[in-house]
Design a protein around this ligand. Structure first.
Ligand code: EPZ
Length: 423
């Protein structure tokens, strides 16, 4: 398994282009199952989760042609031959449950392994299944699989108990081919939902209200192909801004709309950074050591849980004490014990962590546990004195394209070391 070696203490300056958003690309790739015509996607990030999604789609019968050097992907599902997303693929990427909506919508059947939990929580899919039943699907659980069937999905009113991102996406993809009108209430409002709606509309779907808690969909008989450019990754962008902030530098990220990360930008400003907002880029200028700032993660437009770990690393270096509260997932503090190995002073109390900022952190060997935690450890290595090794970086590769080369471009001393010994 590869490791990443970092020589900390370098000030990061410069600009970096973000890749396409992982959490927009995943549902968008699944949505290509809704038509038998060709879909051409641009700005597809070259990530492990994207490659896994392509494997799932190929398994179902989708023909794909990828050119990751140009970040384009062509997909066509003329005739889906298999309706099962198997355990060995779903367990590596829980977002595989997003095949449920499109397969039920187009073929009236789907068999998907229950994803099981992951490092950050149990992550049930009950909101997905309850919603699909509201559209007329029969849902059975057998042998660790969800077996779903429907003569023809019928539009209905679906109110989510919680604004779940992928449950909203699954129901959007189910409703676009259902008979009649579907009202989705208490929807997630994340920018990735908006991007999926725009892509579905480019396929001929009739959708209104994306980005608000009420999405209205008029079902169509069929959808056509599309040529669609995926939105920039707001979490990747925020991660590089955090890297600039905690090393005391000036960093600009290109290809992101500042509106999609206002909650993060506001907290960077509260912590003393200067933020420069442009139409499709954001700049951060450090003004000395960050100041302690409290955050509470919330559904969009609140502070994103996917930036909680990275922001904690910034606060580990800040002047003063910060309270970080995680309200979305039940176990998203696994980066804490690794940051403490760098000398961070962090105490967990239930869903909150109290961070007493330190003037300096010292490099150490660290182990990544999940995608965003691994990003927070890399950030820790960038600002710690001396050398830091991060192992199990396959977690990082799920969501960050070429992170080392993007950070090198900003002045970081960082390299990937393929590990020869089995670690
Ligand atoms: C999406 O996960 C993202 N993944 C996550 O990003 C992100 O952290 C999360 O939304 C929150 O923003 C993708 O988009 C592929 P939820 P999702 O359903 O949809 C509970 C990353 O790092 N819940 O909004 O699975 C759930 O347990 C990943 O890129 C149910 O109880 O998140 C959680 O506590 C990590 N039942 C809360 O809701 C359900 O049926 C929010 O989950 C569904 C969710």
């Amino acid at each position: 398994m590869d490791k990443i070696r970092i020589q900390g203490g370098k000030i990061l300056n410069g600009n970096v282009e973000v890749s396409g958003a992982k959490n927009a690309a995943l549902p968008i790739l699944m949505a290509t199952l809704l038509t038998d015509q060709e879909c051409i996607l641009g700005r597809v990030p070259d990530l492990q989760d994207i490659r896994t999604t392509i494997k799932v789609l190929n398994h179902l019968g989708t023909e794909t042609t990828s050119d990751f050097s140009a970040h384009t992907l062509k997909l066509r599902a003329p005739e889906v031959k298999c309706f099962e997303a198997p355990y060995d693929l779903v367990r590596t990427m829980r977002a595989s449950v997003l095949v449920l909506g499109p397969l039920l919508a187009r073929y009236g059947k789907a068999k998907v392994s229950l994803p099981g939990g992951c490092a950050i929580g149990a992550r049930p899919i009950n909101y997905h299944l309850l919603g699909l039943e509201r559209l007329g699907a029969k849902i059975e659980l057998e042998g660790g699989y969800v077996i779903a069937s429907a003569q023809k999905l019928r539009g209905n009113r679906v109110a989510f108990e919680f604004p779940s991102v992928t449950a909203t996406e699954n129901l959007m993809m189910a409703a676009v081919l259902a008979e009649g009108e579907t009202l989705l209430e208490n929807c997630a409002k994340e920018p990735e939902i908006v991007d999926l709606a725009r892509m579905l509309r480019s396929m001929g779907a009739q959708i209104e209200g994306e980005g608000t808690e009420l999405i209205t969909i008029q079902g169509k008989k069929s959808l056509h192909g599309c040529n669609y450019q995926i939105v920039g990754d707001r979490i990747e962008a925020s991660t590089y801004l955090a890297a600039g902030f905690l090393t005391g530098g000036n960093v600009r990220v290109d290809g992101v709309d500042p509106e999609t990360i206002e909650a993060v930008l506001g907290k960077f400003e509260e912590a003393g950074a200067t933020i420069i907002r442009e139409a499709h880029s954001v700049g951060l200028r450090s003004n000395g050591r960050p100041k302690a700032t409290n955050i509470t993660t919330l559904p969009f437009p609140g502070f994103p849980t996917d930036m909680q770990a990275q922001f904690m690393t910034v606060m580990a270096m800040a002047e003063g004490a910060s309270l970080i509260t995680e309200t979305i997932f039940e176990n998203r503090f696994m980066h804490v014990s690794e940051l403490v190995r760098l000398g961070a002073d962090i105490t967990i109390r239930g869903h909150s962590a109290m961070v007493h900022g330190q003037k300096t952190l010292k490099g150490a060997p660290l182990m990544a546990t999940d995608l965003r935690a691994s990003a927070s450890l890399v950030l820790g290595g960038l600002c710690a004195q001396g050398e830091t090794w991060v192992s199990r970086v396959y977690h990082l590769d799920r969501g960050y394209e070429n992170m080392e080369s993007k950070l090198q471009k900003l002045g970081a001393v960082i390299e990937r070391v393929p590990s020869t010994e089995r670690s």
